[in-house]
Design a protein around this ligand. Structure first.
Ligand code: PEP
Ligand code: MG
Length: 757
């Protein structure tokens, strides 16, 4: 092939000509997927350039340095880049780039803005990935700018990080070439991502997320996107959720810089996609999954009414594009900890000491911190994985990471001192291991694999209801797509702590209405997504140490053990001003017709607390005849006096086994030093659960579990045998829990039948 090729002229067999990125774009065009037009400057053109310019020898000599010596490495970078930037590019190559750009402009009917991206390839291992090591230049226009950007891409092959990476990975510098991809920029008026299969369960559902403007807003999680779910078999749109879209990003035509602006009022609540667009996107998702033989995570944009597919990569991710693979564990072990959230990822370390440093965490980076705080959630959404010093299996980092589908290793004791900024590490959240560098990743066996193998993933009907836990409202659609029978726990403290200001700050600053509206907004997102299925919303349960970091939290008491302290219902009943705001939010939600919202009280230990809370609800005008009110059973006190609560009219109970375990066994759930003693399967806990379920079943009061133990097959089996009404699991565990429940129920029925005979 010549110095330049149109993207449509290449395909998956041309890795050595145009690298992985170029081959994938060409491949997509050839199977009928609308990819923005463009061309590639081939890897051979680059090679030709360094040979004919006479710089090859000098260049590769300059790279013979000890890459662990910072100064040597940077000297190598400087020399190599200078050689590339100053050498004369052969006339025919320069001319080919310039005239191909002009031809592209003719095709597109205007002087187009283009992105110039690097697509590196190794001669002996053409499918090796160098993703993210080289540069991309956006918004280039005119042949001069384009030619210059191509040269800069070539030079970026010799950036310090890229040189270091190749040496570490055993690639020879003179065997690695670079193709530059020149592709029309899409100025999307709307854009987003989509998954060709349900990302948690692998079910044949296309899940589309979309918002106004350029895709960065959706990918970075800075806007709540609309969410549409399409059944791949029937082609029906199963659900359509229209979010309130506060901001959008677009390119300022004058400066060509991207700017973030507020979405105009009339578009905020408007649906982003038409039915036709949803159908067309779902069609491309299906084509891509079929073609690649594995579920895809796809970026799309719509410009002047035309859909473009911008990128497609395998879903090794759940929900927010997080790799969910297991490492083969052949690298040097840097740290061990608890397997907080499954999956594995390789990325660059970013050490975070507070929510103010979140900007450091870019898509796919590894977030390393002492312990995550609710204001770190936006960064957690972008992170490839999370590693913490502190915490046990039920700490904030583990709970939120599981919900976001982000691999996490928690309680390593020393991650923030052992790991260094910019280090590349591999995190295996399934085994609780952290490795140096990139460790070979093998795809984790997921339900998606069954779907690919042509096995239809179906949802077994179970007598025991299967529900889902949610902490972040913007995970509502992912949660609803599990087809759960309702939400067994919606934690509102994550919403509240995410506001950055304590409830008392709102009260003091006379902004109570604003606070109520925030609560209504968050809960409504979930209640809408599940309506009419029940959503049990738990009243505030945040320990004092979490409030202290927030505005208004300066005066929070320093407690010796916040886990045993002023939290949950005990705080709400002493700070009734705050509790009343929560109750008013519930009232508003019911007035909006969201009759599926139930109220669940945390940390209850005596029936008096339930009575007092109910009295306040009645004072605030809640109609308790029409609203389900229940309690979390997470203290042995509540479990052993459950009859009193039943007598007082609870509608349901839910076992908070994360706390029930720590309070029954005297094991702090956040203390990594005693984490080994922390087990929900201790006979004392099973006895307490059994006692409560028996009493509740006699009185026909619903029982459920929303602690982490509800996602463990062994516990699930026991709970079905005991006769629990429902089980509420993390999003990623719903499918497995459902299967375990179905099997356990069948075993029970078979046993009963056999005993009858
Ligand atoms: C629990 O204690 O099991 C529970 C679900 O509540 P949290 O983890 O929020 O304390
Ligand atoms: Mg709890």
């Amino acid at each position: 092939m010549g110095a330049v090729v149109w993207l449509e002229e290449v395909g998956k067999n041309d890795l050595s000509v145009v690298g992985g990125k170029g081959a994938s774009l060409g491949e997509m065009i050839n199977i009928g997927v609308p990819v923005p037009g463009g061309f590639a400057v081939t890897a051979q053109a680059f090679r030709d350039f360094i040979n004919r310019a006479g710089i090859a020898e000098k260049l590769f000599d300059a790279l013979k340095v000890d890459v662990n010596e910072e100064a040597e490495l940077h000297k190598a970078e400087e020399t190599a880049k200078r050689l590339i930037m100053e050498a004369r590019v052969p006339k025919n190559i320069e001319q080919a780039i310039r005239s191909r750009y002009e031809e592209l402009c003719k095709r597109e009917g205007e002087q187009v803005f283009v992105a110039v991206r690097s697509s590196a390839t190794a001669e002996d291992l053409p499918d090796a990935s160098f993703a993210g090591q080289q540069e991309t230049y956006l918004n280039m226009r005119g042949a001069d700018e384009v030619f210059n950007a191509v040269r800069k891409c070539w030079a970026s092959l010799y950036g310090a990080r890229a040189i270091f990476y190749r040496v570490e990975q055993g690639f020879e510098h003179d065997k690695v070439n670079l193709s530059a991809i020149v592709q029309k920029m899409v100025d999307s008026e709307k854009s987003g991502v989509m998954f060709s299969s349900q990302p948690s369960t692998g079910e044949p559902l296309v899940v589309i997320e979309g918002a106004w403007g350029l895709g960065e807003a959706v990918v970075s999680g800075s806007v709540s996107p609309d969410n549409y779910v399409v059944d791949r078999n029937s082609k029906n749109i199963l659900s359509r959720y229209v979010a309130t879209k506060e901001i959008m990003i677009f390119r300022d035509p004058k400066t060509q810089k991207t700017v973030t602006v507020k979405v105009p009022q009339k578009k905020r609540e408007a649906t982003v996609l038409t039915d036709n667009e949803i159908a067309e996107l779902a069609k491309y998702a299906e084509i891509l999954e079929k073609h690649y033989g594995i579920p895809q995570d796809i970026e799309w944009g719509v410009e002047k009414g035309k859909i473009y597919i911008l990128h497609s990569r395998p879903i090794t991710t759940i929900g927010n594009k997080k790799p969910a693979a297991q490492s083969e564990g052949t690298g040097k072990v840097l740290l061990t900890g608890l397997a907080g959230a499954p999956g594995a990822a390789t990325g660059i370390v970013r050490i975070i000491t507070s929510g103010r440093e979140l900007d450091k965490v870019r898509q796919g980076d590894i977030m390393v911190t002492k312990m995550t705080m609710p204001d770190m959630v936006p960064g957690m959404k972008r992170a490839g994985a999370i590693v913490t010093d502190e915490g046990g299996m039920a700490c904030h980092a583990a709970i939120v990471s599981r919900e976001l589908g982000c691999p996490a290793v928690v309680g390593t004791k020393k991650a923030t001192s052992v790991l260094k900024e910019d280090m590349e590490i591999t995190v295996d959240g399934s085994k609780g291991m952290v490795y140096e560098g990139r460790v070979a990743l093998a795809a984790a066996p997921k339900p998606a694999a069954a779907a690919n193998a042509g096995v239809v993933v179906s949802k077994p009907i179970t007598a025991t209801e299967i529900k889902v836990n949610i902490s972040e409202p913007d995970r509502a659609q992912a949660a609803a797509a599990t087809l759960a029978d309702g939400v067994g726990l919606l934690r509102i403290e994550h919403m509240i702590l995410g506001l950055g200001k304590t409830p008392n700050w709102y009260i003091k600053n006379k902004k109570s209405e604003e606070y109520i509206n925030e609560l209504v907004k968050g809960v409504k997102t979930v209640a809408d997504a599940f309506y009419p299925k029940p959503v049990w919303v738990r009243t505030l349960d945040a320990p004092t140490d979490e409030f202290r970091a927030m505005e208004g939290g300066e005066g929070e008491p320093h407690e010796h053990n916040p886990m045993l302290g002023w939290r949950g219902i005990r705080r709400d009943l002493t700070e009734t001003d705050h509790f009343r705001l929560e109750v008013r939010a519930f009232k508003k939600l019911h007035e909006m017709g969201l009759s599926n919202v139930g109220i669940m009280l945390p940390m209850v230990q005596h029936v008096r607390e339930f009575q007092k809370a109910k009295a306040i609800m009645v004072e605030e005008g809640l109609d308790l005849e029409r609203i389900d009110v229940g309690i979390m059973v997470e203290t042995p006190g509540a479990a052993l006096t459950i009859e009193d609560f039943i007598e007082d009219g609870i509608d349901f109970v839910s076992f908070g086994t994360n706390d029930l375990t720590q309070y029954t066994l005297a094991v702090d759930r956040n203390n990594e030093n005693v984490a080994e003693l922390y087990t929900e399967l201790h006979p004392a806990i099973l006895k307490l659960i059994e006692y409560v379920v028996e009493r509740c079943n006699e009185a026909e009061v619903k029982t459920s579990i929303c602690g982490q133990a509800g996602s463990y097959p062994e516990m699930v089996k026991r709970l079905v045998e005991i006769g629990i009404t429902s089980i509420s699991a993390n999003i990623d565990a719903v499918a497995v829990v459902r299967e375990t429940v179905a099997r356990s129920e069948k075993i029970l029925m078979l046993k009963a039948l056999r005993n009858r005979d």
